[in-house]
Design a protein around this ligand. Structure first.
Ligand code: LLP
Length: 430
C-alpha cells in the first residue's frame, strides 16, 4: 500500500505492446474500448489458469484450493476455476448461490464469516457444503439447532484467531486479537468438548485466516504452527479431524506485477513448516487454502479513458472515466495500482499528475503525484492488478452504472457481464 512517484511499467506476458498498442493476450485494448466502451474490466483467461496452476504447484498436497470468491465472483470465472478442480471460500448466502449457479461442487465449499444468519446456515446445510467455519460460541448454538431441526450433523471447523501480525494494511488484517474474526484460542479450547460430544455437529477441521496480501511467508508459518497445535488438541479431545485450513493472504505484486512471480513456493513451504512444527504433519489431514487475489488479481485490468487534462498551478489532474466506483482500493487502502498507456508511450517525458475519477469525493483517485507520460483527452489507460476486489467492490455511487467485464480467451474478447444501463439503476425502486 503506497502513494508515491514510482514510474515503472510492469513487464507482463499477458499485457504487452504490439505495434505500439497495448494488448491483452494478443487482443488490442483499443479495440475492446471501441467495441464495448469504458470503463471496462478486461481479464486474461490464460493468466487465471496459470495462477491457479502455479498456486497448486506451490502448496503441500493433498490440498483443496478454495478460491475466496469475494475477490471476483463473476460466474464465468467461477466456472473456469471449478473446471480446473477449484473449490470456494464463501462469506454469504449470495456467494453460496453463485457457486451453485456456476456448478461448483458443494463438497469443495467452505463458509467463513462472523455473522451468518440462520437462513444462510440452513442453505449451507441443504447444499451439503464441506464445512462451516464457525467463528463464535453463539454461531455453534445456531448451527447445532438448525442441524437438529433437520436431523443431520453439521460439518464444521473451528476458525481460530491465532493473534499473529500479518504485516499488511490494518484494514485487511484479520488474525489479530483485536479484530472481529475467529475464536480466541482459549475460547475454542473451551468449546471443544461440547462440539465433539454433539450429535448434531461434526468437527471436520480447524481453520484460520490472518490477513490479506501478506508481507511475507513468516506470518503464514507462525499461524499454521499455532493452528496445527490446536488440531492436535482437537484430535486428543476425540475429534476425527479431516482438514486444516490455512486461510488466504497469498500476495500479488501491485506495481511490479510480472517482473518476477510472487514467491508462492515460499508461502507453500511456510505452511509445510508450520504443519510440521505444530505436530500436525503426521495427522494425515487434507490441507485447505483460501487464496482470493492470487488467482485473479493480476489477470484483470481496468480500462479507462481520459476525459480531461486539467492543469493548475503546480498540479496536473488526469481525469478519467473510471472511478472509485470501479476500483475503490486506492481510496480505501491507499493502494498502488500500476497505470499503463494503451498507446505505447515510447520516450515521452514523464510529469507528475493526480489520476482521478469523476466521482464527487476527494478520495476518488487512482494515483497521487504519479509520474506519468504525456496523456491527452481521449487517450486510454489500463489500471493493472484490478482483477481482484475491483468489480466485487464496485458500487453505483453517483448513479454510475456498473462497468462491463470482458474476458480475453483464445484471441477473442467476450462479454462476461454486460455494462449496466441507467434503467438498471432504478429497476428495483418504487
Ligand atoms: N479467506 C478469508 C476468510 C478471507 O477473509 C479472505 C479475505 C480471503 C480468504 C482471501 O484473501 P486474499 O487471498 O484475497 O488475500 N478488499 C481487500 C481485501 C479484503 C479481504 C478480506 N478477506 C483488498 O482489496 O485488498
Amino acid at each position: 500500500m503506497e502513494r508515491g512517484t514510482r514510474t515503472e511499467i510492469p513487464f507482463s506476458n499477458h499485457w504487452v505492446y504490439e505495434d505500439g498498442a497495448l494488448t491483452c493476450d494478443g487482443v488490442p485494448l483499443r479495440d475492446v474500448a471501441d467495441a464495448h466502451g469504458t470503463p471496462t474490466f478486461v481479464y486474461s483467461g490464460s493468466c487465471i489458469d496459470h495462477a491457479y496452476d502455479r498456486l497448486v504447484a506451490a502448496v503441500p498436497q493433498p490440498c483443496l484450493v478454495a478460491y475466496a470468491i469475494k475477490a471476483n465472483s463473476n460466474l464465468h470465472l467461477l466456472r473456469r476455476l471449478a473446471a480446473r478442480g477449484c473449490g470456494a471460500d464463501i462469506v454469504s448466502g449470495g456467494e453460496l448461490r453463485r457457486c451453485l449457479q456456476a456448478g461448483m461442487d458443494p463438497a469443495k465449499i467452505v463458509f467463513s464469516g462472523v455473522g451468518k444468519t440462520d437462513r444462510e446456515l440452513a442453505l449451507a446445510l441443504e447444499a451439503g457444503i464441506r464445512a462451516v467455519h464457525v467463528e463464535s460460541a453463539p454461531e455453534i448454538d445456531a448451527l447445532e439447532a438448525i442441524a437438529a431441526e433437520r436431523g443431520v450433523r453439521a460439518p464444521m471447523t473451528l476458525r481460530v484467531n491465532p493473534d499473529v501480525d500479518p504485516d499488511t494494511h490494518p484494514y485487511i488484517a484479520t488474525g489479530l486479537h483485536e479484530t472481529k474474526f475467529g475464536l480466541e484460542l482459549d475460547a475454542a479450547r473451551a468449546l471443544l468438548p461440547r462440539v465433539v460430544a454433539s450429535p448434531h455437529l461434526r468437527l471436520e477441521g480447524v481453520a484460520c485466516h490472518i490477513g490479506s496480501q501478506l508481507g511475507g511467508p513468516d506470518p503464514m508459518r507462525d499461524a499454521t504452527e499455532i493452528l496445527a497445535r490446536f488440531a492436535v488438541e482437537c484430535v486428543e479431545a476425540g475429534a476425527e479431524l479431516r482438514c486444516i485450513d490455512a486461510g488466504g493472504g497469498w500476495p500479488i505484486r501491485y506495481g511490479d506485477e510480472d517482473a518476477e512471480h510472487a514467491p508462492w513456493p515460499d508461502f507453500g513451504a511456510a505452511i509445510a513448516e508450520g504443519l510440521e512444527a505444530g505436530g500436525a504433519a503426521k495427522l494425515g489431514l487434507e490441507l485447505i487454502v483460501e487464496p482470493g487475489r492470487a488467482l485473479v488479481g493480476d489477470a484483470g485490468g481496468l480500462l479507462t479513458r481520459v476525459i480531461f487534462i486539467k492543469e493548475q498551478a503546480d498540479k496536473r489532474f488526469v481525469i478519467v472515466d473510471g472511478a472509485m466506483t470501479e476500483l475503490i482500493r486506492p481510496a480505501l487502502y491507499d493502494a498502488y495500482h500500476a497505470i499503463m498507456h494503451v498507446r505505447e508511450p515510447g520516450d515521452a517525458a514523464h510529469r507528475p499528475a493526480d489520476v482521478v475519477g469523476p466521482v464527487c469525493e476527494t478520495g476518488d483517485f487512482f494515483a497521487i503525484d504519479r509520474a506519468v507520460p504525456h496523456l491527452e483527452r481521449g487517450d486510454l489507460v489500463l489500471l493493472r492488478g484490478a482483477g481482484a476486489y475491483g468489480m466485487s467492490m464496485a458500487s453505483n455511487y453517483n448513479s454510475r452504472p456498473k462497468a462491463a467485464e470482458i474476458l480475453v480467451d483464445g484471441g477473442e474478447a467476450r462479454v462476461i457481464r454486460r455494462r449496466q444501463t441507467v434503467e438498471d439503476l432504478w429497476r428495483d425502486e418504487l
